[in-house]
Design a protein around this ligand. Structure first.
Ligand SMILES: [Zn+2]
Length: 191
């Protein structure tokens, strides 16, 4: 799969709940590989951004599956961990506002409030349960991706906040988007 297999708004699947995986079959493992391939291909096309994670819905597979890059600060690290049926079992720490973007919401960035620490449980590719504790940006990644499994896009959290929307310019810097023209009345973003 390539970046062209990644779906974007206004595709309505992005606002639908994915279903839980019963058994981790070869089909599920193939979906995981497709997700990783699509993310890496996207990453290669974007000089200023890193593809840090993806949910299966983003390649139009309605399963609760998330892949997260093992080192999200290094564009050269192409390894990922799969989280099948991921669930946040505890949210902790301060709520922090920071920037996030999404491969399915091209060119829009937002300042979103998220918990600073989360505990996540999931199944691995062998179908065995495991848990991780994530802090900081990694905690943000899990909250964003697990939202995708539940039909929530990051802009849904900030839809009434005119100062929360940004775009990335040619130098890779974030600059505010005009809320009235580019966000509020943009039918691509909202249904
Ligand atoms: Zn996303």
């Amino acid at each position: 799969m390539t970046k062209d297999d990644i779906i974007a708004l206004p595709n309505p699947h992005l606002r639908q709940k994915s279903r839980r995986v019963g058994v981790v079959t070869d089909e599920i493992k193939a979906v995981v590989q497709d997700m990783i391939d699509a993310t890496i291909d996207w990453d290669r096309s974007r000089p200023h951004e890193v593809g840090v994670a993806l949910a299966a819905v983003q390649i139009d597979k309605m399963f609760k599956i998330v892949v997260v890059r093992n080192n999200h600060e290094d564009k050269n690290d192409l390894t990922f961990t799969a989280f099948i049926n991921p669930e946040i079992v505890k949210r902790e720490g301060e709520v922090i506002e920071d920037f996030e973007g999404c491969l399915s919401v091209p060119d829009v960035y937002g300042k979103v409030a998220r918990h600073g620490k989360v505990r996540v449980k999931a199944l691995n590719l062998e179908g065995k349960p495991f848990r991780v504790t994530a802090e900081g940006f990694l905690a943000r990644i899990f909250q964003h991706e697990i939202d995708h499994c539940n039909g929530i896009v990051f802009i849904d959290h900030i839809k009434d906040q005119p100062e929360a929307f940004f775009k990335i310019n040619d130098e890779g810097k974030l600059e505010p988007l005009d809320y009235d023209s580019a966000v509020r009345d943009n039918s691509i973003l909202w249904q």
